[in-house]
Design a protein around this ligand. Structure first.
Ligand SMILES: [Zn+2]
Length: 410
């Protein structure tokens, strides 16, 4: 009797929940760069092989002609969205909600870049992290209140390395580093306190200089204050004042000490944002072989409809600048996972969480511009066909799954 039941009930007949068939898999951590099938079972990667029988899958995804990558990681976003109008990114209107901006562009993990400090993190966790289908990790702000804006982020008295570092340790499932942002003074004290919290927690720090004018020396930052593994975000920004940049625009060259910083292990993160990326920096850098370790968006209300738009547009710009496809995928999968010390993420190893992205590298005529108005004409642009998060299809642009069932929240 049991046998008969199994034969007529397809749920018992098939071994896998999903099989992604015929896509060109790019999995930099496992050195895979060829057409492969992927089987998913109980939320995890069950098999990556040349030819998996489609009859074994409850849902079969036709990924022929597409690239299949680990679920993308956006290592710099602002997602502590809230209704306190005077609080900017911390429980305020300058942040966005994660699920509305992630799956449609292939992102399965975001790392919030310091919206919350130790005092506000419990609310962030309760209202955003625990309620999102997107995996939300965080850099904890060195400021106890987080990104509350204005004088709150200039307040040295609220930058406590011990409390911040110890709080990060207690919440290490979600907290992956310490953030300094927006500080406009000339002292190194905020940077040093952030690094101190990073030492206490054994986590990397992410530094976004505010707007000291004249700017603080980034050579001194890289060589004297940061540790190997610490992150310099907005690395290809070129603003009129307030921050030193990595490419000397007059000489048209990457500054010599930047290569030493790379050798020392300083991590370069794009953090594109509203005005924190310019081709005047990026083109020279990429052409000189200075690839960013991590490509990220700095997603917030001011960048999402401007030049930045989303992670796939940002990745397309790096392709257009001459960065190779493998490196672009690595900078949004295994490399951010390594940087935040969550190496279980950003790959398609058997047994890991089944976070998978199916990308169409569309051919056509595209205009990819930066905030200065400089535009690259491109003949290729990424589009997200499908996103699978923890073994469930959460986004399917053209219904390439059979049967077409998307397990979004209803
Ligand atoms: Zn940011």
């Amino acid at each position: 009797m049991i046998c008969c039941f199994m034969m007529i009930n397809p749920l018992f007949a098939q071994k896998y929940n999903i099989i992604v068939k015929g896509g060109h898999v790019i999995d930099p951590k496992n050195n895979i760069n060829e057409v492969m099938d992927i089987a998913v079972k109980d939320g995890r990667i069950a098999m990556v092989a040349k030819n998996i029988d489609p009859k074994e899958g409850i849902q079969v995804v036709n990924a022929g002609g597409f690239y299949v990558t680990p679920g993308l990681i956006d290592m710099h976003v602002h997602v502590y969205q809230g209704t306190n109008l005077d609080q900017q990114y911390m429980n305020g209107p300058a942040s966005v909600t994660p699920d509305g901006f992630t799956f449609r562009v292939g992102v399965t993990t975001v790392v919030d870049a310091g919206c919350a400090g130790w005092r506000t993190f419990p609310d962030f966790k309760k209202n955003i992290i625990d309620r999102s289908q997107t995996r939300v990790l965080a850099f904890l702000n060195i400021v106890g209140d987080g990104m509350r804006g204005g004088p709150f982020e200039q307040n040295l008295k609220d930058m406590d390395p011990k409390v911040t570092g110890q709080y990060a340790i207690k919440n290490r499932e979600e907290i992956v580093g310490i953030k300094l942002a927006h500080y406009s003074g000339h002292e190194w004290e905020p940077t040093d306190r952030t690094v101190e919290a990073g030492k206490i927690s054994d986590m990397p720090v992410m530094i976004d200089f505010g707007g000291a004018d004249p700017p603080l020396s980034i050579e001194e930052l890289f060589m004297k204050h940061l540790r190997p593994g610490d992150i310099f975000t907005h690395c290809f920004a070129q603003l009129a004042s307030g921050r030193e940049y990595v490419v000397d625009p007059v000489a048209g060259k990457v500054k010599p000490f930047v290569w030493d910083a790379i050798k020392r292990g300083i991590i370069f993160d794009i953090g594109y944002g509203g005005i924190s990326f310019a081709y005047s920096q990026g083109l020279t850098a990429v052409k000189s072989g200075l690839y960013p370790h991590v490509i990220s968006t700095d997603l917030h209300i001011g960048s999402m409809n401007a030049a930045m738009k989303d992670l796939l547009t940002t990745m397309s710009k790096f392709l257009a600048m001459g960065m190779d496809l493998q490196s672009v995928i690595k900078a949004t999968t295994s490399e951010p996972a390594r940087v935040i010390k969550k190496e279980e993420l950003g790959n398609l190893s058997v047994g890991s969480d089944a976070d998978i992205t199916v990308l169409n590298l569309r051919k056509g005529k595209f205009g990819l511009f930066d905030h200065t108005g400089y535009k690259l004409e491109a003949d290729k642009k990424f589009e997200c066909e499908m996103t699978i998060r923890a073994g469930r299809i959460v986004y399917d642009l053209n219904g390439i799954a059979n049967p077409v069932i998307v397990s979004g929240r209803r």
